[in-house]
Write a protein that binds this ligand. Structure first.
Ligand SMILES: Nc1ncnc2c1ncn2[C@@H]1O[C@H](COP(=O)(O)OP(=O)(O)OP(=O)(O)O)[C@@H](O)[C@H]1O
Length: 248
C-alpha cells in the first residue's frame, strides 16, 4: 500500500529523517513510534506532501508520489489528521465534513449544484455515516469551535474519513485525551480496520499503540532502529535503550 525507500529529510544541518525504509501492507494498522524528535512527524509530513524529501522514494500503490502535490495525494487516497487540531472553527460540524467531501480531489467529479443536492454518490449519506461513526451526529449543526477538545479530535478523524482515503495517517490522535476517550479511540481504530482501512498511526501512548497495531517501526535520531510486531519491538534491547536507556 505504502512503501518508503531510503527516505531522507535534512533541515539545514539537522538530519530529521536519515534514510528510513518501511512498507505498510493493505489492511494493516502500522505504528510509527520513537522518542521526541526522532523524526515521526517529519516522516508523516513527507508522506502526505507537506515537505519534499531531500532524497528517497515514497511509493503509494506502486506509484512514486514523493513529488506529487498534497491535494493530488488526497485524490489518490491518502488522508491525515493533525497532531494540532486544524478545523474550520467558524463553520459547523456538518460544514467541516462537507468541505472535506468536496476537497480538490473530488471537485472534478461533478458540478457544485449536483454535489450540493448530494448527487455525487450520496455525499450527504457519507457525511451522515462519518458523523454517526464519530459520535457527533447530535452536534452536526454546532460550530466546530464550540466543541469540547475530545469532540474536535473526533471531528478531525471524521473529516479525514469523509475524504474516503485508502490510507489514513493518524498523527498522535490520543494526545490530550482522557482514558475513556482513548478507549473509544482504540475501538474506532479497530472498527476502521475491520471496514478495510489501512492505517499509519503515530502515537506516544504506548498502551494504545501496542493494543491496536499489527506491526511497528521504531525511529530514533531519524533512523529506523527496529521493526516488528508489538511483542517483538517491546522485547528489542535497542528500543528499550532508546526509550529508557536500559537496553542490552
Ligand atoms: N521545520 C523544521 N526545521 C528544522 N528542524 C526541524 C523541522 N521540523 C523538525 N525538525 C527537527 O527534526 C527532528 C525531528 O523532528 P520531528 O518533529 O519529526 O520528530 P518527532 O519524532 O515527530 O517528535 P515529537 O514526538 O516530539 O513530535 C528534530 O530534531 C526537530 O527539531
Amino acid at each position: 500500500m505504502l512503501e518508503v525507500r531510503g527516505l531522507v529529510k535534512h533541515f539545514g544541518g539537522v538530519r530529521a529523517v536519515d534514510g528510513i525504509d518501511f512498507a505498510i501492507r493493505p489492511g494493516e494498522v502500522f505504528g510509527l513510534i520513537g522518542p521526541n524528535g526522532s523524526g515521526k512527524s517529519t516522516t508523516v509530513n513527507l508522506v502526505c506532501g507537506l515537505y519534499a524529501p531531500t532524497q528517497g522514494q515514497i511509493l503509494f500503490q506502486g506509484q512514486d508520489i514523493a513529488r506529487v502535490a498534497t491535494h493530488k495525494r488526497l485524490s489518490l487516497g491518502l488522508a491525515r489528521t493533525f497532531q494540532n487540531i486544524r478545523l474550520f472553527t467558524n463553520l459547523t460540524v456538518w460544514e467541516n465534513l462537507w468541505m472535506a467531501e468536496n476537497a480538490p480531489a473530488h471537485r472534478a467529479e461533478a458540478g457544485f449544484l449536483k454535489r450540493w443536492v448530494g448527487g455525487r454518490g450520496n455525499a450527504r449519506e457519507r457525511i451522515s455515516q462519518a458523523l454517526e461513526f464519530s459520535g457527533l451526529a447530535h452536534r452536526a449543526d454546532d460550530l466546530a469551535g464550540s466543541l469540547a477538545f475530545g469532540e474536535q479530535r473526533r471531528l478531525e478523524l471524521a473529516r479525514a474519513l469523509a475524504a474516503r482515503p485508502r490510507l489514513l495517517l493518524l498523527d498522535e490522535p490520543a494526545a490530550g485525551m482522557n482514558a475513556e476517550e482513548i478507549a473509544q479511540l482504540d475501538e474506532r481504530i479497530r472498527m476502521l480496520q475491520q471496514q478495510g482501512y489501512t492505517i499509519l498511526l503515530i502515537e506516544h501512548h504506548m498502551e494504545l499503540v501496542m493494543a491496536v497495531t499489527d506491526r511497528i517501526c521504531v525511529l530514533n535520531f531519524g533512523r529506523k532502529i527496529a521493526e516488528g510486531t508489538p511483542a517483538q519491538v517491546q522485547a528489542d534491547p535497542a528500543v528499550r535503550d532508546a526509550y529508557l536507556g536500559t537496553g542490552a
